[in-house]
Write a protein that binds this ligand. Sequence first.
Ligand code: B1M
Length: 820
Amino acid sequence: MSVINLRIVITKGQVMVVTVKINLLDKIWIFDGAMGTMLQNDGLEIGGLPEILNIEASEKVVNIHKRYIEAGADFITTNTFGANEIKLKNSSYEVEDVIDAAIKNAKLASDTKDVKIVLDIGPIGEMLEPLGTLAFERAYDIFKRQILQGVKSGADIILIETMSDLYEAKAAILAAKENSDLPVFCTMTFEKNKRTFAGVNVKTMVMTLEGLNVDALGVNCSLGPVELESVIEEVMKYASIPVIVQPNAGLPRMSNGETIYDLSSDEFASAVEKMVKSGVNIVGGCCGTTNEFIKSLSIKFKDTKPYIIERNKLKGVCSALKCIEFEGIKVIGERINPTGKKLFKEALKNNNIEYIVKQALEQIEAGADILDVNVGLPEIDEEKMMVQVIKELQTVVDVPLQIDSNNSKVLEGALRVYNGKAIVNSVNGKDLVLDRLLPIVKKYGAAIIGLTLDEDGIPSSAEDRFRIAEKIVDRCLSLGIPREDIIIDCLTLTASAQQKDVIETLKAIELVKARLNVKTVLGVSNVSFGLPNRNLLNRTFLSMALYSGLDFPIVNPNDVDIMDTISAFKVLSNEDYNSKKYVSNFENQIRETRIIKKENVKRELDNEMDNSNDELIQVIIKGLKEESAEITKNILKKKTEIEVVNEILIPALNIVGEKYEKGEIFLPQLIQSAETVKCSFDVIQSRLILNDENRINRGTIILATVKGDIHDIGKNIVKTVLENYGFEIIDLGKDVSKEKIVEEAKEKNVKLVGLSALMTTTVKSMEETIKALKSENIKCKIFVGGAVLNQEYADMIDADYYAKDAKEAVEIAEKIFFDI
Ligand code: B1M
């Protein structure tokens, strides 16, 4: 696991490429430190593109590499962090030229010394869907271009670093693996709450990156080694491959207009030593570190042998945000499957993805840990549909998904776009199936369900089913799919048709558990086909199977009897320690029954509309975009547009904001809710515009969300309401610089400018914008609004007016233009 192959080019006499194996656990390997901050110290302007200097000031880059090599770095990283087609689009250079020059610079600096040249790949600079607008496939192509050139110019290793979004990291890793045979290291960037800013946690990172077969994984940037200690502690608990750490030189602060970091090189090395003692064996530096820092590291770890620490390999699967460990019983929801479901089939035929998303949410609410996803219908393109459903589901739900198809193209398409570690359902004992599917499972690092059937069908006896299970396990292990990722399905047979075989399934589970030490899964409800009172048979069989060693029942989580049986089994098998969950389940059920009763009474008293209000709030919290528009249209039959905004949309966003602040939801869900509000708001906006047929211009107003702030829902509401009152709005959008606002205000000679800000950090740029407008002597009044502001703040930053909401914005406009 820890050995990587490096291609070495020998040029004495003739050119020869040989492969050298190096063991990453042989020593503490030293990476270099920062490039960007070193170049800034050497005159690079803040905001300038450091990668261009590979061509325009190559001597500066070579010099920095040399300083790191002299300091003792074993690996030097090319100056290519942002050398991608998005960041270079306004420069006069192509990606290929920049990367080629960067690798040449590194080679020149390394001369004949034994250092490895690492192709550095940073984030693209635009967010991937659903956080942003960049498609996964487009991101892959951007990375591919960098990697192809890196290989051509002779890099030894690829480092994918400073990643916040696991999805972006995956696009880069796939691009690296599919277009080169170089070793791949990947590091992500964590905040103090042990999540990346996109919500990824340590477990989901480790699971996904190890699954994708990187050679080393770890953490870089964002914090100093002291603050990163708890993150590393967690990485070291779970990672089973070499770990790399490149912290910043402490925390930054401003001093005399310059950013300085708070650790000396020796303090830095001492803090890193703690990480080395916990098992980290590749160390270097990120922002603010210099050759002095790398020298301190190389002196400190010159004779240190890596600490080999016993680690618990993580067993389980994950989405980008949530990890389900394979311990105890886990419920797999079976409802996303068209078999025998008329409405589901219709939804698939009509591309009604919202219906499928609702099935997912219902199952999660009912207690599913993992969701099976099967969208196979003869009349639809299964691959296209599966990819679309996986993409949509993972923007709304956070439980891991199980991709259910026997078509290799469908499986590969889905695994490619899945953000996390999935389960593949299903492989079986047929040689052809094993040959075709196992390499795909290995490549994408999924867990796998193996069915105990082969070319001769499903054997009757437990022993024969066990033999197929054994064959599947052997084939997986020989391909490098670890035992903990293998789940065996001993197949439920129907009691009405094959009564004596039902018990064989249970015996087979016992054999598999005892002799193969893998997890087991079973679709339960097959057992009862053709017999009355199916539920009774299902839950009795479920209890028997759980007692035989079933780990993952595939069931309908909406079936209360089934879920209660599982809950009771967890008590009796000692999994639910002190019966805590069982007791709270039933407490909840009692409470829920009471709530339902109370709600029924309330419902009779309330009008229908209040239910729709709650429904819309729930839809916003869950992020169901399409439904929000429909419900909004209904509510607008009884409420005014402003009432909908004030009584429903804003309270719903407040709930979402609170959940985000408490860490109950993360950025992807926050974005999804904001998008859902936009769908409702589009309906409101179109109505307001329709209502205003005889619009006249009662005055022109500039509106903008200030620099650094991308929140624009509130500002857009203010805009629509002001337009509704006959004012013409020049909407400069969000994240608008003070220069742009000043320029527009001058050019359009407006009487009134409105500024919006939602974050404490951006009130400062609001203040600067006001200062700029006033210092240019522009004869306009300025009003401000946004959730962080109040009258006191507005006065403090010298605004002329403060508007609490859109209605107050109208009052201010009327005052300015008509002195009303
Ligand atoms: Co973010 N966000 N967000 N966010 N977001 C807040 C504001 C936050 C309070 C959430 C939280 O932590 N509880 C928090 C700020 C903390 C702080 O500084 N105090 C926060 C954060 C931290 C962030 C990010 C940094 C998260 C991250 O990336 N880690 C990031 C910021 C990026 C950036 O701006 N550089 C971020 C991103 C986003 C989304 C993109 C996901 C999305 C915005 C989508 C969009 O706007 N297009 C979003 C959302 C939706 C929110 C919350 C949940 C809702 C904001 C909103 O639209 N409210 C918000 C929490 C909250 O406010 N409860 C939160 C509804 C809107 C109608 O109200 O804008 O106040 P509001 O407008 C009202 C009035 O204030 C007034 O009239 C409107 C109607 O009554 N008004 C004006 C507003 N502007 C006016 C201008 C006027 C007059 C009146 O005259 C000119």
